[in-house]
Design a protein around this ligand. Structure first.
Ligand SMILES: C[S@@+](CC[C@H](N)C(=O)[O-])C[C@H]1O[C@@H](n2cnc3c(N)ncnc32)[C@H](O)[C@@H]1O
Length: 379
C-alpha cells in the first residue's frame, strides 16, 4: 500500500468511527478520490502554516478530518475544503443515488463534487469566485471526474441550465435560502443548507409543501417553506444576497476585547462538560429561545454567549453549564442564561434535529431569501 492509500484508509476509518460514514459506495469514494489533487495550490493548517505539494506534512494534512482553508482575502478565509466528516454526513443525509442530478452551491476545491460524482450523481457546482471555480474545474479534470461540472456565478441564482435537481447541497454559510433553489428542485427533492443561527451555521433540511404539490416547479408560497434542524456546523459566510441581514437575526459573532473580565461566575451544572455535539444542541436551543444569542471566543474555541448592546458584555454559557457574565448588566444576563439552561434541561435536552421553523421571505427586497421565523420543538 502506498503512503497515500494508507492515509485515505485512515481517513475512512476516522469517518466510520465517528458514525457519519456508513454507505459502501461513499466509503469507496473517500478511499479513491485524491483529495491532494483538489488542494494543489496548498492549504492552511494550524501551526504548520500554509502547506504546498512537496512540503513536509502536505499529504498527511490533506487527509486529516479537518476543514482546510485554501484561499484568504486580506487575512479572511474565503475558500476551503470542508471537513470530510461533515461532507460524509451531508451526502448520506441527502440519500444521493446514482443518476440523481445534484446542485452544489460553493464549489470550493471541487472535492465534495468529486465525491458525489464518484457515487454516481450528476453534479453541477457553482462558485462565485472565478479563480476558485477554475481551479476546481482543473482539479476535477486532473482527477478524471466526468460527472461534475463547475459554473461561475452567484449561487443565489442556482443554475437553471441544469434544473430540475433531485438534490441541492449548500456548502457555504448563508443567512437564508434562495427561492430559485426551491424553484429548481424537483417536487419531493431534498435540500440541505447551513443557515446562520446564533453565530453558527447549523445544517438544516429545507422543504416546501407548495413545491411538492405543484406539477410545475415555481416559487412556493411564503408560508409553505420549512426547515428542520439536522446537525451543528460552522461554515464561512457566503457573498451577496445569500448573506443578507434581516431584522430579527441574531447578532453577528463577537470578538471579546482584551481586558473584559467576568464580574459574575456561576459554577458548573454538570461534573463533565457536554461533548461538542451536545453543546451545539444546547447552543441551538438558546438561539431558538433568545435573539441575543451568538458566538463568542472562549475556552480556546467558540461558544454560546448572550451579548448585550455594547457587544462587550453579556453572559457566556460554557459546556459544563457554568456561566460567566460581564458588563453593566452582568447579573441580569447571568440570570437569563441560567433560565435558558433550565429550560433546555426541563425540555429533556432536545437535540438540533427536534427543531422546526417556518421560513419567510426577508433580506434584500431585490433578491429575497427565506429565513427562519420562529423555532418550535417537534416530536
Ligand atoms: C467552504 S467552501 C466550499 C467547500 C467545497 N464544497 C469543497 O468541499 O471543497 C465555500 C465556497 O463558497 C463560495 N461562495 C461564497 N459565496 C458564494 C455565492 N454567493 N455563490 C456561490 N459560491 C459562493 C466561496 O467562493 C467558497 O469557494
Amino acid at each position: 500500500m502506498t503512503d497515500v492509500s494508507a492515509l485515505r484508509e485512515r481517513l475512512v476509518d476516522v469517518l466510520r468511527d465517528d458514525g457519519g460514514l456508513t454507505r459502501d459506495d461513499l466509503i469507496q469514494a473517500f478511499a479513491s478520490v485524491p483529495r491532494e489533487l483538489f488542494l494543489a495550490d496548498g492549504f492552511h493548517l494550524g501551526d504548520a502554516g500554509f502547506l504546498r505539494p512537496g512540503d513536509e506534512g502536505f499529504l498527511a494534512g490533506a487527509y486529516r478530518n479537518d476543514a482546510l482553508v485554501t484561499k484568504f482575502d486580506n487575512g479572511r478565509p474565503v475558500s476551503s475544503s470542508s471537513q470530510p466528516s461533515l461532507m460524509a454526513l451531508m451526502i448520506e443525509e441527502l440519500s444521493i443515488a446514482p443518476g440523481m442530478r445534484v446542485l452544489e452551491i460553493g464549489a470550493g476545491t471541487g472535492y465534495n463534487a468529486a465525491l458525489m460524482a464518484h457515487i454516481g450523481a450528476d453534479v453541477t457546482s457553482v462558485d462565485v469566485q472565478p479563480d476558485v471555480a477554475a481551479r476546481a474545474a482543473r482539479a476535477l479534470r486532473e482527477a478524471g471526474v466526468t460527472g461534475a461540472r463547475v459554473r461561475v456565478g452567484d449561487g443565489y441564482l442556482g443554475d437553471p441550465s441544469g434544473a430540475p435537481y433531485d438534490r441541492i447541497i449548500v456548502t457555504v454559510g448563508i443567512t437564508g435560502v434562495s427561492p430559485h433553489w426551491l424553484a429548481q428542485l424537483v417536487p419531493g427533492g431534498l435540500m440541505l443548507a447551513p443557515v446562520a443561527h446564533a453565530g453558527n451555521n447549523p445544517v438544516l433540511r429545507v422543504w416546501a409543501e407548495a413545491a411538492r404539490r405543484r406539477a410545475e416547479p415555481g416559487w412556493p408560497a411564503t408560508d409553505d417553506v420549512w426547515a428542520d434542524g439536522v446537525c451543528g456546523a460552522g461554515f464561512m459566510a457566503a457573498a451577496g444576497p445569500l448573506a443578507a441581514r434581516y431584522p430579527w437575526a441574531h447578532p453577528d459573532p463577537i470578538r471579546v476585547p482584551d481586558g473584559v473580565t467576568a464580574s459574575v461566575q456561576i459554577p458548573p451544572r454538570w461534573p463533565q462538560a457536554l461533548d461538542g455535539l451536545r453543546y451545539h444542541d444546547l447552543w441551538f436551543a438558546v438561539g431558538a429561545w433568545d435573539r441575543r444569542a451568538t458566538g463568542g471566543p472562549f475556552d480556546g474555541g467558540s461558544g454560546c454567549v448572550l451579548v448585550d448592546e455594547t457587544r462587550a458584555g453579556g453572559a457566556a454559557i460554557r459546556a459544563d453549564g457554568s456561566i460567566l457574565a460581564a458588563g453593566e448588566h452582568a447579573a441580569e444576563y447571568a440570570d437569563d442564561a441560567g433560565i435558558l439552561l433550565d429550560r433546555w434541561l426541563d425540555a429533556g435536552r432536545p437535540g438540533i434535529e427536534r427543531w422546526r421553523a417556518p421560513l419567510v421571505l426577508a433580506g434584500d427586497p431585490a433578491a429575497p431569501i427565506y429565513v427562519p421565523r420562529e423555532w418550535s420543538l417537534i416530536r
